[in-house]
Design a binder for this molecule. Sequence first.
Ligand SMILES: O=C[C@H](O)COP(=O)(O)O
Length: 252
Amino acid sequence: MTPNIKPLIAGNWKMHGTSASLSSLEAMATGFAEAASDADGVICVPATLLERAAGVVEGSSLQVGGQDCHPAEKGAHTGDISPEMLSDCGAIYVIVGHSERRADHGESDGVVADKAKAAWRAGLIAIICIGETEAQRKAGETFNVLEEQMAGSVPAGASATNTVIAYEPVWAIGTGLTPEIADIEAAHAHIRQHLRKQLGAETADSMRLLYGGSVKPGNAGDILSVENVDGALIGGASLKAEDYLGIVGSVG
Ligand SMILES: O=C[C@H](O)COP(=O)(O)O
């Protein structure tokens, strides 16, 4: 954790969830404030659930977000969703540049940056994801990859109020594998240091840096106590209220 930065515990339901899942969201909303009084929480649900999800969390400390957005406000883009549409449904955050979108949809750093700027245009907080693949890690390229992704995906104008950075080693996502604590610490320190050069120290030192990749109730305490880890981006364990609240409860 970083002193003076309010942690964010973000869930990403990915392509999971139907109407029946809203009862689980309701349990998260009900239990959130008791689990952690000094953290922000968001669940990024599928767009199909967003408006109803916003209704479910209304009045609680939990917020909802989208998982992706198109850079344009509107237009002939069949199947896409603009950040303005997400905001209209009650989203406060939107994830951009998740590695699954970079891999499945060929999203470049430039596209991710355009999406982040579009999120800001709509008044949303962009959760910009970066992270190395297993091959890049084995080749000793982790820091270079992170620097390149930050330079390309984090636009000028990023601030602590409009942007959150999520470091997700691709090989740790959904695998049950996590880096050594020392490796998480080193990566987050490197990200903070690079952001100082890119955005200025004042902005970089107040920006939330999340760790993502196989965060569970059992390892959240150790991960969240690492310096420069200001929260988590959680996939699988954000689907069950008990697991998500268990992680929220690990905020020191
Ligand atoms: O967005 C969330 C991440 O991809 C982490 O997913 P996971 O917690 O299932 O490993």
